[in-house]
Design a protein around this ligand. Structure first.
Ligand SMILES: [Zn+2]
Length: 168
């Protein structure tokens, strides 16, 4: 995605967002340790290249399919990259309507009270649901948090501020 849409990545950066990575080719099955390392490194390199500055890649990573192989976790830790998972999903990769994405996100968030909500920006249903989701979160007094590295860039320590989605 970074290789295909570098201007979009720069726009996301310019609008103030942190950009982490998610592997180069999004492999979902078990890989050799060497291949895993390459997937991680290539993903970081692609995002750094798209941004025009490798130090602007946030030291944040999410595993494809939320599968966390221990050797890959160890490798990320050795690079001081923080691994993120999720607390709830809105099933936005399934064939459901934008309304259903919105409904599932809000119901599950309500049940839990707060948490990291997984959404996929490549899904049209998600982009259609997002303005209403953000408006609903605001109306219900949720606090949407932007997580930033304590010092910017891969290789620096990835400490964070704040709590995602906690209610005021
Ligand atoms: Zn993914």
């Amino acid at each position: 995605m970074a290789d295909s849409y570098p201007p979009l990545l720069r726009r996301i950066r310019d609008e103030g967002h942190s950009i982490g990575t998610h592997t180069q080719d999004h492999p979902l099955k078990t890989l050799s340790v060497e291949r895993m390392k390459r997937e991680i490194d290539d993903g970081i390199e692609s995002v750094g290249r798209a941004l025009g500055n490798p130090s602007e890649v946030a030291p944040f990573f999410r595993f494809p399919g939320l599968i966390h192989p221990v050797p890959a976790e160890d490798y990320l830790a050795s690079k001081r990259i923080m691994v993120w998972s999720v607390d709830l999903v809105a099933d936005d990769w399934r064939r459901i309507s934008p309304d259903q994405v919105l409904k599932r996100a809000l119901i599950r968030l309500e049940k839990r009270g707060r948490g990291i909500l997984l959404l996929h920006d490549i899904q049209r249903r998600t982009t259609l649901a997002l303005p209403r989701l953000l408006a609903a979160l605001k109306a219900q007094n949720y606090h949407v948090v932007h997580v930033v590295p304590a010092a910017s860039g891969v290789g620096d320590s990835g400490q964070l501020m704040g709590e995602v989605g906690s209610r005021l």
